[in-house]
Design a protein. Sequence first.
Length: 170
Amino acid sequence: MPRQHLYAPLQRHRGAQDRVSRREEQGGRGLLEVSDPRRIVVVAGLISHATEPLYLLTRRLAGGHLPLCWEFPGGKIEAGESPEVALTRELAEELGIEVEVGEVFAVGHHVYPEKEVLLLVYQCGHVGGEPQCLEVTELRWLSIAEILELPLPPADAPVVARLRREASLR
């Protein structure tokens, strides 16, 4: 089956074998394929609080890339996983919660000196478990105004922009 390109900025001046592509599965959902290890596809959840206009954010561990930075929770897609399966797995591993993965909320992209990141952020419904700091240093339920004050990873800019737009419409 021919590849379909999911995200155009990753295609600039590169061979087709390195592009992020989408392959359709029998169920209609796709797998993302990345053939260059410096190009990473990350999924994150925009998880809304059940009763208040708040979103769940987590703080990264001290020893990794962008240490102690706040972000929307999630992680890398592993080989053979769909984005939805990866997000469900990552949120269970990092926070001990179960979610229902909804529609894509925003797509981010950033080139760091050592890697290129494509970020897929999905709206998620929290369906089980109390959020815990299993693989993060801290977690908080925050308002849009509080999120706008935090230093977030550059790839999160489209998420923040959409939250800002939606807040201004209220």
